[in-house]
Design a protein. Structure first.
Length: 198
């Protein structure tokens, strides 16, 4: 059974202001604002700026796989952070591209993999090897979820593995881009310690 994390996505809203492209970016950032661009479905590119603290908080919550409400000049857009440029040293956000989505068109996202359940193979000493931390999917915005859950109780003994096609059966609203025959996680037999004294 899948948990509520797959069905209830936290609502995130960001307010932005229109940005005069003639204003030097260093002046924008000096005012604790982050320059950004909005584009996408039926939206001509718009230059905006956002409060740095609010944007960082939203990025930590939403990442690049979460829809958010972006309010620009009184109009709300359903958008995703498509490209985020971080400062190479202190990690502050330097620039963001927001992509406006259509309710009727699938979007391509990489969703994190979350393990649920208990593996008998692991309880008996096997090591779980995660082969995919995220899975690539296409999905309608209304069906977007936080994460993809993988039930590791299917790993009963060393050598068992779980393929993408097995996971996909639990998510009929997702179109999986990651190849169906690839392994998401596998149970690896424990290696005997050959250094032990005879």
């Amino acid at each position: 059974m899948k948990s509520d994390i797959n069905f209830r996505m936290q609502k995130i809203s960001l307010s932005a202001q229109l940005r005069d492209v003639a204003t030097p970016l260093r002046d924008v950032r000096a005012a604790r604002l982050v320059p950004a661009v909005v584009y996408g479905h039926k939206v001509a590119p718009i230059s905006i700026s956002l409060d740095a603290s609010a944007l960082l908080k939203a990025y930590r919550s939403a990442g690049k796989s979460h829809l958010l409400d972006l309010v620009v000049d009184g109009k709300t857009h359903s958008a995703m952070m498509h490209d985020v440029q971080l400062h190479p040293i202190h990690g502050d956000i330097q620039h963001v591209d927001f992509f406006v989505v259509s309710a009727n068109e699938k979007i391509h996202v990489d969703l994190p993999v979350v393990f649920v359940g208990k593996s008998q193979a692991q309880l008996e000493g096997a090591t779980l090897q995660q082969n995919h931390a995220t899975l690539s999917v296409k999905v309608l915005p209304k069906d977007l979820i936080e994460a993809i859950e993988v039930d590791i109780s299917l790993l009963v003994q060393a050598g068992d593995l779980i393929h993408v096609e097995t996971v996909a059966k639990n998510y009929p609203t997702l179109e999986f881009i990651t190849p169906a025959n690839e392994s998401v996680v596998s149970a690896i037999a424990a290696v005997a310690d050959s250094t032990s004294a005879a």
